[in-house]
Design a protein around this ligand. Structure first.
Ligand code: GUN
Ligand code: ZN
Length: 446
């Protein structure tokens, strides 16, 4: 028997890219909407005045007052093993990696530890309203099993992979080119396209992989064209200088990856702060995506991502939004948008709320070539949904009263909001998180 349910609240979603088209034309806003979900997929939606007339017999919508239904947020760059070291003091990228990150990641040799942190991490994502993420595990294959195992229990659509590193990291975190290939290939067999799980080939970044290792990553990418690829790119000036010393024969940092066959659609490059016009053109031509990680870029003092330059309509680059936790400081993509707004201000540009929420939903889905399944609330889409509470805090309750329209309301929620705004999170139509209860309530779908 098919499973049918309905949700009722205001609804916000996007039909096109507001960096390329007039933003108001890209926003779809339905006050007091009903969304009908059948077997995890959106079967119908529209104003309640119309939908109430054609609801299937016996279906009573779950009514959320003072709330907005949105597509679940998508996080295009995040490290689950760094959950335990978020908020590590004082360093910029390369020292931060050596002092804190590479220490924490060694704990993931233990299956029990990996399973424990994967559980915490998935719950924090859902609490923040994030239903899909592109996730770095550690060099240990068991860290990937722990992550996908927990994601499978929630039925979340997740993209993740084992980190490859064969130099410039502690011995305990190193593999080799061959071992990295073999372990990644086995994990692809085990997890790629199993239910809603997708594999991501994950060389950490150019300084921690030899050319031979980057080449095996390219070989894997060639053998699995629908697998994802993730790595870091042009995050920090010392990092860039180091890459150019390590790969003197390459034209640029991005060229190191291009030479290895790692620049294509479904490639997601974290940060991309210090890119040249030629790099943006390469990304545009190849379909590669950049993950804008504003809370991390501020926290590590890395710099200001030039979002409007990347999205230049003459050669737009796919851009998603990332938390980059544990360098990022919040699981909440509302907080990422808050900081993204400030980065834009520092660049003398204005990120409006339509562009912002598009980035966190449909824009990130487009960056991942998943825009036909997730990131939009429309018929036929997977029902990964989030309920945003306009009155989540006493301050928001007052401030929301004075919002003149939905665009102002959305802006206020992203500036003042965080996980407190998330009243419920639905994954493939199942309510897996509810804010009720002291620590919230999490439920695996049946
Ligand atoms: N570059 C290489 N590894 C990392 C990481 O774990 N976090 C960030 N922010 N940058 C990186
Ligand atoms: Zn990162």
């Amino acid at each position: 028997m098919s499973k049918v349910k309905a949700l009722r609240a205001d609804l916000v979603t996007f039909s096109a890219d507001p960096f390329l088209k007039e933003p108001a034309e890209c926003l779809q806003f339905i006050p007091d909407a009903i969304v009908v979900i059948k077997d995890g997929v959106i079967a119908d939606l529209g104003p309640s005045s119309e939908l109430l007339k054609r609801l299937p017999d016996g279906i009573v919508p779950e009514h959320y007052s003072d709330a907005i239904i949105s597509a679940g947020f998508i996080d295009t760059h995040v490290h689950y093993p760094q959950t335990e070291m978020i908020g590590a003091y004082g360093e910029q990228l390369l020292e931060w990696l050596n002092t804190y990150t590479f220490v924490a990641e060694q704990n993931f040799a233990s299956v029990e530890h990996a399973e424990r942190i994967a559980k915490v991490f998935l719950r924090e994502l859902l609490r923040a309203g994030t239903t899909t993420a592109v996730v770095y595990c550690t060099v240990h294959p068991q860290s990937v099993d722990a992550f996908f195992g927990e994601s499978s229990r929630f039925n979340t659509r997740m993209i993740a992979g084992k980190v490859l590193m064969d130099r410039n990291a502690p011995e305990a975190l190193l593999d080799t080119a061959q071992r990295g290939y073999d372990e990644s290939a086995a994990l692809i067999q085990r997890w790629h396209n199993q239910g809603r799980q997708h594999y991501c080939i994950t060389p950490r970044f150019a300084p921690t992989s030899t050319e031979a290792q980057l080449e095996v990553c390219g070989a894997l990418a060639g053998e699995h064209p629908d697998a994802f690829i993730q790595t870091h790119l042009c995050e920090n000036k010392d990092e860039i200088k180091w890459v150019l010393e390590l790969f003197p024969e390459r034209k640029s940092y991005l060229d190191v990856y291009a030479h290895a066959g790692l620049v294509r659609d479904r490639s997601v490059f974290g940060h991309g702060i210090h890119l040249t016009e030629a790099d943006f053109c390469t990304c545009h031509q190849t379909g590669a995506a950049l993950a804008h990680c504003p809370t991390s870029n501020f926290f590590l003092g890395s710099g200001l991502f030039r979002l409007f330059d990347a999205k230049n309509p003459k050669r737009p680059v796919r851009v998603g939004l990332g938390t980059d936790l544990g360098a990022g400081t919040s699981f909440s993509q509302l907080q990422s948008l808050n900081e993204a707004y400030k980065v834009a201000q520092m660049n003398q540009t204005k990120l409006n709320a339509i562009q912002a929420y598009y980035l966190a939903t449909r824009g990130s889905a487009e960056a991942l070539c998943l825009e036909d399944r997730i990131g939009t609330v429309a018929k036929g889409y997977e029902a990964d949904l989030v309920i945003l509470d306009k009155k989540a805090t006493p301050l928001l309750a007052v401030r929301s009263e004075f919002c003149k329209d939905i665009v102002e309301q959305l802006f206020v929620l992203m500036i003042l909001g965080d996980d407190r705004v998330i009243k419920a999170t639905y994954v493939a139509g199942e309510k897996v998180y509810s804010r009720e209860g002291a620590a919230g309530t999490f439920t695996y779908p049946e």
